[in-house]
Design a protein around this ligand. Structure first.
Ligand code: BTN
Length: 284
């Protein structure tokens, strides 16, 4: 597919005013971006790869990254945020991701806390935000890695992921250009990061909730102690923590981890151990 924007990004090494390090192949754009950040790469630098041999997701999962099919990009950010606010970047990026996909492809997508992009209940994109730690006196870098399954044929996903993963093309039945999608993503990420730095998380949260694919759905998760808890998703709070109300009315604040739709709702992602704080009776 002729994709002039993708071509010009490759040729010029830039998009929307951002310098781009384009790689025909790499292990992980997040790994490359982290190394560049530690060497002092300017904020706003993007690392884009045609394919990844060791694409990474949260919780040490692999990210399938066949060459020429998806969007694999890492942003080097040096946001002026308090350390405690850094997790909000993942939620902000989710909003940017939804907006960019709708703008560039007109495909309606939803979010699953904290970092999944869903299309008809299957995962078609994800976000992996990593921090560099403090390097000398310089500001901390955040590597914001985003992967979108754009034109990946359904048959490329392993059988065990077939009912859990998809691509925009596999679901929509037509292919999409990656250049306009990357441009939209870069512009939307710029917008939400600026808003976050101005203290606008409430606005981001309101937008996130509009894209939330799990509100009022029954979920199952495993507590750090290994207990299996089932409840209703109430969405993220003003600190970005997900609230889940169990059947006894206790509201749990989930800080990290992953969630599974309850049995009978839909086959979904394997549950792993999240970190939770439990506050009886809050936010019914
Ligand atoms: C997840 O769903 O857990 C996050 C997936 C993030 C994948 C992207 S692809 C670009 C960047 N490089 C990586 O190795 N991972 C992220």
């Amino acid at each position: 597919m002729h994709d002039p924007l993708w071509q010009s990004m490759r040729d010029d090494g830039g998009i929307a005013g951002h310098p781009v390090r384009f790689l025909a192949a790499t292990d992980s754009t997040n790994t490359v971006a982290m190394a560049l950040a530690r060497e002092g790469a300017p904020p706003g630098t993007l690392v884009v790869a045609e394919g990844q041999s060791a694409g990474r997701g949260r919780l040490a999962r692999q990210w399938l990254s066949p060459p020429g099919r998806g969007l694999y990009v890492s942003f080097i950010l040096r946001p002026t945020l308090e350390l405690a606010d850094l997790p909000k970047i993942t939620l902000a990026a989710g909003v940017a991701l939804c907006r960019a996909v709708v703008r560039a492809t007109n495909v309606g997508v939803r979010l699953k806390w904290p970092n999944d992009l869903l299309l008809h209940g299957k995962k078609c994109g994800g976000i992996l935000a990593e921090t560099s730690g403090l390097v000398g006196d310089g500001p901390m870098a955040v590597i914001l890695g985003i992967g979108i399954n754009v034109n990946t044929p359904q048959a490329f996903f392993p059988a065990e992921l077939n009912d859990k993963a998809t691509s925009l093309a596999a679901t929509a039945g037509r292919e999409f250009m990656r250049g306009p999608l990357l441009l939209a993503l870069v512009e939307e990420v710029d917008d939400v990061v600026r808003l976050l730095e101005k203290g606008g998380f409430a606005e981001i949260l309101a937008a996130w909730r509009q894209h939330d694919g799990l509100t009022d759905q029954r979920l199952t998760w495993i507590t750090p102690q290994g207990a299996v808890v089932t409840g209703i998703s109430l969405g993220p709070d003003e600190d970005g923590r997900l609230h889940i109300r169990d059947d006894a009315g206790t509201v749990h604040e989930v800080l990290s981890g992953d969630l599974t739709l309850a049995a009978g709702c839909s086959p979904f992602w394997p549950a792993v151990s999240p970190t939770t704080i439990t506050r009886p009776g809050r936010r019914n």
